[in-house]
Write a protein that binds this ligand. Sequence first.
Ligand code: MC0
Length: 141
Amino acid sequence: MFLRIDHVGIACHDLEKTIALYESTFGVTVVAREVNEEQGVREAMLHVADGEGGGSYIQLIEPLGPDTPVGKFLAKRGEGLHHVAYGVSDVRGALTEIAATGVRLIDKNPRHGSMGSSIAFLHPKDVGGVLTELVQARQAE
Ligand code: MC0
């Protein structure tokens, strides 16, 4: 089902400071930035590698406010790994297959994600405590 790890989502308080940390430590660079009002985040994608159906990235995410998924996460757990996102060729098909296993879907229908992707989240309580995201990259549609 999975083509690659599309990205790891890392929650931070200060996007610019965290971008500078990742750039200077790992030599990675920002290839896209976006404010996603629906998800309540300001985010940056830093390219790591190319893979099947799309690239692999570090996604740095800063909440737009305290009453957002990432705002609540930071208040409860502090900065760090927020979610893991896997690349798929058909996000709707993958959701149907996964729902049949009994895992709760946070999104029954795909939403807008980074760089024109279609994304859907699975509930962390049903995936071993990891907030899990499916990503269909724009070019794979
Ligand atoms: C919450 N929980 C997590 C978690 N967030 N566990 C692992 N990883 C996370 N990131 C746990 C809490 O600790 C709590 O466990 C339980 O889930 C309920 O959490 P809550 O704080 O009471 O909050 P809820 O229930 O209102 O919401 C949790 C939920 C929500 C995961 C459903 O955050 C959500 O819908 N997330 C999906 C959307 C999202 O995260 N968007 C931001 C990234 P206990 O044991 O204390 O009960 S957007 C993004 O990344 C886009 C731009 C992209 O990739 O392109």
